[in-house]
Design a protein. Structure first.
Length: 279
């Protein structure tokens, strides 16, 4: 699928989910044209979680955006169906574990209900609500995070279409994985003004082991977590659908070709590339 013929830097930029924004990258530039101007934010409040909904592809996709204001760790969950476990998993990933968080939100019932159920299932110690209209830094932060996630979704989406040389249908479940890829690569690779990534701020240290990632949709081999479902195949040729968490470890893939057993659930394992090189 991906041609990857545009040089090492280009590849690294795509592996990092198009973070940080690159004015030399057509996908990044076009994505910014599609989103309103965003502003910076200065003030930060400890242990504050800000939440909002984002609409992408017209109103076709509704995405919950979660932001830990003090670290800048961002999370996204595509809405639809019962998503409280997904929300809990992303909340844990962005660092609510053991914390008592103040949640800044408007009073939209669907938003509060989804976040409330997610928090209850997460490893947060506790939480209380704060109206976003009274919380300036949180309001600015989440407004900016919504724009940033939107830009990331479009940049990676445009790049995927360019690699496939085809339009991807709005109904494609691929977008759900792409949205996850966007927040995970953002947390892992997007350096802010101070030169640190959200993941480094969460860990309170710079450098260290950066997780491995690849361009969304890249083709490579995955080692299945459940080998019994893949008899006779130690490695399975897959499309890369993103890391499981911002911290890396394992990743998601979609089997490249159908076999006698048909398409099976997405396997999780270790991505071993043929053509693409990791960052
Ligand atoms: Zn880019």
């Amino acid at each position: 699928m991906p041609e990857l013929g545009d040089g090492r830097l280009r590849l690294e930029h795509e592996c990092r989910g198009h973070w940080p924004y690159d004015r030399g990258c057509d996908d990044c530039v076009q994505s910014r044209e599609r989103t309103p101007a965003r502003r910076g934010h200065k003030h930060e409040t400890p242990h504050s979680l800000a939440v909002a909904f984002l609409s992408a592809a017209g109103k076709h996709w509704k995405v919950l955006v979660l932001l830990m204001v003090h670290t800048g760790m961002a999370g996204t969950v595509v809405c639809g169906g019962d998503k409280e476990r997904d929300v809990a998993s992303v909340l844990n990933e962005i660092g609510v574990g053991g914390l008592s968080v103040e949640v800044a939100t408007d009073n939209e019932a669907a938003l509060k209900s989804l976040v409330e159920r997610g928090l209850a299932a997460s490893s947060a110690r506790g939480y209380h609500w704060r109206n976003i209209s009274e919380a300036r830094p949180q309001a600015k932060g989440i407004e900016r995070a919504v724009c940033i996630m939107k830009e990331g979704i479009y940049a990676n989406w445009l790049a995927l279409e360019r690699h496939c040389n085809a339009r991807i249908a709005l109904e494609s479940p691929l977008l759900g994985y792409l949205v996850g890829h966007v927040h995970k690569t953002y947390n892992a690779y997007c350096e802010g003004k101070a030169g640190s990534t959200p993941l480094e701020r969460l860990r309170e240290k710079r450098g260290g082991q950066a997780p491995r990632s690849y361009p969304f949709g890249a083709v490579g081999f995955l080692k299945p977590i459940h080998p019994s479902k893949w008899p006779g195949q130690r490695l399975v040729l897959c499309h890369f659908l993103g890391m499981r968490y911002s911290t890396g470890g394992s990743c998601l893939g979609y089997p490249f070709s159908v076999d006698a057993e048909g398409y099976r659930e997405v396997i999780k394992g270790h991505f071993q590339t043929e053509g693409a090189s990791p960052v």
